[in-house]
Ligand binder design. Sequence first.
Ligand SMILES: [Zn+2]
Length: 303
Amino acid sequence: MIVPVQKDEDFLTDFREADKVSGAIHVWWLGQSGFLIKWAGIGLLVDPYLSDALSRSTAGTPDELRRVSERVVDPLRLTGIDYVLCGGTSPDRFDSETILALRAANPGLKVVLPAGRVAEAEALLGAAAPPFLPVNAGTYTKTGAFDFHGINAANPKIRRDAAGNSRDLGYVVLFGPFAIYHAGETVWHTHLVKEVRRWSVNLAFLPIDGLDGTERNRSSMNGFEAAAFAKAVSASLAIPCHYDLFDRGNASPDEFANCCDRLGQRHRILKIGQRLTMGPITDPSAGKALPSEPYRPEPGLGY
Ligand SMILES: [Zn+2]
């Protein structure tokens, strides 16, 4: 079992205290495609799965999925969250148990999701559902300091509902001086580079668990494609994801890292629960600029 480098109380303390460094973006990996992002005191969770719902619902079936990593934090204790961003309604990206617990802890919570998934999301969450902010590919929704731009995700094809609404999305999220791209569940499709290149992306979160290029019906990029994609959109820093949550379909990030090295693409492989902080940052106590992306000593690796 992979033990997060920070979890529970330590994780919550780190999340709270990250604000002491102002002007920066803070990112924690939760396993699979889940990330917690904090900027200017605003908390954003992408594809959070912080329960055992999928293990329970598949128990005893041929599709049984067991966790290979421990949960980072109890969503009922995770306050300070303003938005949940979901790329679709597959159970590893849209976990009703997690979202309802988050809503209980964060009464102002809003959920950003593909417009073609709203009816499913309503059915999954029931009467206690938080308000939805639906997005389509090629459009965006603006809320507070954030712009959420919908980017087509293809797994393996781009899907829309009968009304033409997007069923699967990645997002470019704009806030302050930052642009981040979370790819969702997607292969490298024809328009993807063109869509994402419109922005100067600081951080790109890319799935790497796709099998080799001959595999049909896969829904994710593989490590090589993710590295090449990051290079093609000139991402300042690429972070691999969509692995190390369940006991199936995991990829090692080695191929991604090796390809990034060969391409000269900056990348960072996070440990579950680990924080990445990216500038521009000013340390208020010292009053001087810090180098961007300072490393934080890791308290005991879980691998
Ligand atoms: Zn998935």
